[in-house]
Design a protein around this ligand. Structure first.
Ligand code: AKG
Length: 340
């Protein structure tokens, strides 16, 4: 099988990052990055820990995931859910069997709305971006979330304890053996702690990236990057899942048909974004789709009313038809002529 080139040699950790650096170097290139001590000024970082949260919310009811082997894999009913008080849950997580208990992905707005004001939204999320959810993760040392990907952009913040992330690029998706069960295509069949190379021979070709997130660190994890996450000790984290209406770069979009792309676009339109939304360089999604030759995306955008006459300053005032001519893409040219 042809080996695709991984997009980056290493995942970098930096101290500071401007908006344009994030947009151009990491978001646009679908490239993860760790920002050290990004959240150390926040009230959440200073004040939240298992003890203080237990003091504030101890009497509330919560649902805790239980997994006998500490691997929180939703397939084959390996996780059961137990209802208990938040104080009891924290005691279990702090106890000897802590790796078996995980308050996993609890939405802050639904469970702890008062905490939302204590944690600033990461500064690189723009007003026009859509935050899907902000979640809290509290688990004992040894909890593992197995290798999977999500379809949202992710800012993952470590508040206390350490977490090890093992990442693989979306370019390696095929050799990570996505589950053939249509409910779990986003989870890998490979147990990366103990790989069965006979069963999964191509896995050897996949490029693995490992990093440890320390308290105060923030990881930008682009949509579709595969990740396994292990708590190295009792851990408290929060993450923001979000989307930007510049979906042309999302790796899996190329396999979508027009109707599937339309449903993604409709999601954004439902959030109040314009079909002619432009990015920081003045490009519309239609211009970007034509520049990259993505026919299904261009067709879906046009069917939903995108304006093909908008010019891009980035391409010397070309519109979508001009760009398709430069790229010599007859099929797109034909589609655009019919819509101009
Ligand atoms: O921290 C974990 O256990 C998993 C986090 C995760 O999968 C995510 O943020 O997408």
């Amino acid at each position: 099988m042809e080996k695709k080139i991984p997009p980056i040699p290493n995942i970098l950790a930096i101290e500071k990052m401007s908006q344009s650096e994030f947009d151009e170097e990491f978001f646009a290139k679908c490239c993860p990055i760790v920002i050290k001590n990004a959240m150390t000024d926040s009230q959440a970082f200073r004040e939240w820990d298992l003890g203080s949260l237990k003091g504030r919310f101890g009497n509330e009811n919560t649902v805790v995931g239980f997994s006998n082997n500490g691997i929180f894999d939703p397939r084959e009913n390996k996780i059961s859910y137990e209802r208990m008080s938040f104080a009891q849950a924290i005691d279990k997580i702090n106890g000897e069997d802590g790796h078996r208990y995980y308050i996993q992905r609890h939405s802050l707005i639904d469970n702890f709305p008062e905490l939302l004001d204590e944690l600033p939204t990461p500064e690189w999320i723009k007003d026009t971006d859509i935050i899907r959810s902000t979640n809290i993760w509290i688990g004992g040392g040894g909890c593992i979330t197995p290798l999977h990907y999500d379809t949202f952009q992710n800012f993952f913040i470590q508040l206390s304890g350490k977490k090890k992330f093992t990442l693989f690029s979306p370019y390696d998706s095929e050799i990570l053996y996505p589950d053939s069960n249509p409910i779990f295509p986003y989870i890998s069949k490979v147990n990366i702690e103990n790989v069965d190379h006979e069963k999964y021979p191509l896995f050897r070709e996949a490029k693995k990236y490992e990093l440890i997130l320390l308290p105060g660190d923030l990881l930008y994890l682009p949509a579709y990057w595969w990740h396994q996450v292990a708590s190295l000790d009792v851990s408290l984290s929060v993450n923001f899942w979000w989307r930007r209406f510049e979906f042309v770069e999302e790796p899996n979009i190329l396999s979508y048909n027009v109707n599937q792309v339309k449903s993604i676009i409709n999601f954004f339109l439902g959030q109040g974004l314009s079909i002619n939304h432009t990015n920081y360089e003045g490009e519309t999604n239609l211009l970007k789709a034509c520049d990259s030759g993505h026919l299904a995306i261009a067709q879906a955008l046009l069917e939903l009313g995108a304006d093909p006459s908008i010019n891009s300053t980035k391409y010397q005032n070309c519109n979508a038809l001009d760009i398709s001519k430069i790229r010599n893409n007859e099929v797109l040219m034909d589609l655009l002529r019919r819509n101009l």
